[in-house]
Design a protein around this ligand. Structure first.
Ligand code: MN
Length: 212
């Protein structure tokens, strides 16, 4: 069974002005579609061995895959997994205000319940968590991802590597810091992209993942 591009759970322009329609359309229909297509091409070389394997299986067993497709699955299977999660951890419903520059407003968009307790236990308060996550995102050289794990660890992966390559624990929140995720809107200002990205995090969805 071939892997397929999932639909966005909102319209392409729904996250504007935080993320423009142009970026969302390119990111979804070109970048993510490209990962899906290249993943399918690689897996289809081994129909008997890999034809019925899930994406989670491919990523958690990346080091045992046939060598000639291992890097392709790593980059494109990881890309498929990471982006499929990324679309879901964002939502237009918490966007407040129109400015994408210099916002000093407090982080009005926050988790609650058990997840907030876990974050508070680890970081003291939500704003400190946001600062630590942001610091890791800004410190990540080149292209990669920043993740919140169910135990409140914040980890980074390079390129399109997935946390599932490190172990069987799924991340609950992920931030794409490849330039293709923000350059058209923010140029090289990763800091401003991240500052605004917090406005569209779908904490209700992240909380459902933390309870799995
Ligand atoms: Mn991306």
């Amino acid at each position: 069974m071939a892997f397929t591009l999932p639909d966005l759970p909102y319209a392409y322009d729904a996250l504007a002005p935080v993320i423009s329609e142009e970026i969302m359309r390119l990111h979804h229909t070109k970048h993510h579609q490209g990962y899906v297509d290249k993943l399918n091409n690689a897996v289809q070389k081994y129909p008997d061995l890999l034809g019925d394997k899930s994406l989670d299986y491919l990523l958690t067993n990346i080091d045992s895959l046939p060598e000639d497709i291992r890097t392709t699955v790593r980059n494109n299977g990881g890309g498929h997994y990471n982006h499929s999660l990324f679309w879901q951890v964002m939502s237009p419903k918490n966007i407040v205000g129109q400015s994408t520059t210099g916002s000093s407003q407090p982080y009005h968009n926050q988790p609650s319940g058990e997840l907030l307790n876990i974050i508070n236990d680890r970081y003291g308060d939500f704003n400190t968590f946001v600062e630590e996550f942001t610091t890791k995102a800004l410190g990540l050289f080149g292209s990669g991802w920043v993740w919140l794990m169910p135990n409140a660890d914040i980890i980074t992966t390079p390129n399109q590597d997935s946390p599932l390559m490190l172990g069987p624990v799924e991340p609950i929140l992920g931030l794409d810091v490849w330039e293709h995720a923000y350059y058209l809107d923010y140029n090289n200002d990763r800091s401003n992209y991240i500052k605004n990205w917090w406005r569209v995090v779908n904490w209700q969805f992240v909380q459902t993942r933390s309870r799995k």
